[in-house]
Design a protein around this ligand. Structure first.
Ligand code: SIN
Length: 302
C-alpha cells in the first residue's frame, strides 16, 4: 500500500512520526528502532543557547500518563547543527528539526542557519512548551504566533510546522492565524499543564512545580482539538496525544489528522512506531480505503 502523505510542501513516506522530546536525537534509539521505516523523526527541541533545563525531579508518572518539566534542556543550536544533525540526516527518514526561541530574532537567526543545511525535511516551531518562562509567549496569542511563522518563512524555505499548545481557551484562532501566515501544517497538541503533589511532604513532586501532561490520559482531549481545528482550518494537522495502538492512530486520522506523532509511548515501547507502520495498511483496508489520505477527516457525525 502507498502510505505516503503530503503536508503541503512536506512529503513523508508514511504518516507515523516520532515526537520531539521523546526520542532524544535518535542515536539513543538505534538499538530499538528501524529509523528508515519511520515517516519522520522530530528530535528534542533546540534553542539558540545551551539550556541546563529545570531543577529535578523533572518527570513523574501519573494515571495513564506522565508529567514532564524538562525545561528545554539542550546543548544549543550550534552544537546541534554541528554534531547531531549530520547523524540525524543520515538515517534514511525525514528529519523535522524542532526549535524554540525567546524572541523573533532568535527564531530568525536559527531560520537563516537551517536554510543553509542539507537533508532537513521541515522545521517544527515549538511555540508551546509549558515549562519555560521569560521571552515572548508566542504560542498563546494568534498575532504573535503568526508573526513567528512569517518571520521563519521569510528567512527559510523549508516547510514550517507550528506546534501548538492546548493551554488556551481555544486552539482554533491560533491554528487559523498560523495557517494564514503560511505554516505548512500544525502539530496538535503539546502537553497540558498540570501538577503532582506529594501530600505527605506537603511538596509538589516536580522541581518546577508545574509540568506538561502527556500519554493516554490526554488522548480524548487531543482528539477533540484535532477535530475542532480540522473543521475550521484547511492546512494539514499532525495529531499528537497518547497514541499507543493502531486504533489510536486511526482515531486521529478520522478526526482530521493527516499524520501522527508517537510521543510518551516511545519511553516504554520504542519500537511502537515501527509496529504501527506495519499495522496501518490492514486498518486502512478495514475501512475499504486504499491510502491514509482516503480516511483523513472522514469521521461521520450526526
Ligand atoms: C520541556 O523541555 O520542558 C518539554 C518540551 C515541550 O513541552 O515543548
Amino acid at each position: 500500500m502507498d502510505l505516503s502523505v503530503s503536508l503541503n510542501r512536506l512529503n513523508l513516506k508514511n504518516p507515523i512520526l516520532v515526537a520531539s522530546g521523546t526520542f532524544g536525537y535518535a542515536r539513543e534509539m538505534a538499538a530499538f528502532v528501524d529509523f528508515a521505516e519511520l515517516g519522520g523523526i522530530i528530535p528534542k527541541t533546540v534553542t539558540p543557547a545551551p539550556r541546563p533545563g529545570n531543577p529535578p525531579p523533572r518527570t513523574v508518572e501519573t494515571a495513564s500518563g506522565m508529567l514532564n518539566s524538562i525545561g528545554l534542556d539542550n546543548d544549543g543550536f550550534d552544537q546541534f547543527v554541528a554534531e547531531k544533525l549530520p547523524y540525524l540526516t543520515s538515517l534514511g527518514t525525514s528529519v523535522i528539526v524542532n526549535v524554540a526561541g525567546k524572541t523573533m530574532e532568535e527564531f530568525e537567526r536559527m531560520a537563516a542557519v537551517l536554510s543553509q543545511q542539507s537533508g532537513i525535511a521541515a522545521v517544527e516551531l515549538n511555540i508551546s512548551c509549558p515549562n519555560v518562562s521569560g521571552g515572548v509567549d508566542f504560542g498563546t496569542d494568534p498575532e504573535l504566533a503568526a508573526r513567528v511563522v512569517t518571520a521563519f518563512r521569510t528567512t527559510c524555505e523549508l516547510p514550517v510546522i507550528a506546534k501548538l499548545t492546548p493551554n488556551v481557551t481555544s486552539v482554533v484562532p491560533i491554528a487559523k492565524a498560523v495557517a494564514d501566515a503560511g505554516a505548512d501544517a500544525v502539530s496538535l497538541v503539546n502537553t497540558f499543564q498540570g501538577m503532582a503533589i506529594d501530600w505527605k511532604r506537603r511538596k509538589p513532586v516536580l522541581g518546577n512545580i508545574l509540568g506538561g501532561l502527556s500519554g493516554p490520559a490526554i488522548k480524548p482531549l487531543a482528539l477533540r482539538i484535532v477535530w475542532q481545528v480540522k473543521r475550521a482550518v484547511s492546512i494539514p494537522i499532525i495529531g499528537i496525544g497518547g497514541i499507543q495502538s493502531i486504533d489510536d492512530v486511526m482515531e486521529f486520522l478520522l478526526a482530521g489528522a493527516s499524520a501522527v506523532q508517537i510521543g510518551t509511548a516511545n519511553f516504554y515501547n520504542p519500537g511502537l512506531a515501527n509496529q504501527l507502520i506495519r499495522e496501518l495498511p490492514d486498518a486502512i483496508r478495514f475501512l475499504r480505503a486504499e491510502t491514509p489520505k482516503d480516511i483523513v477527516g472522514t469521521l461521520q457525525t450526526p
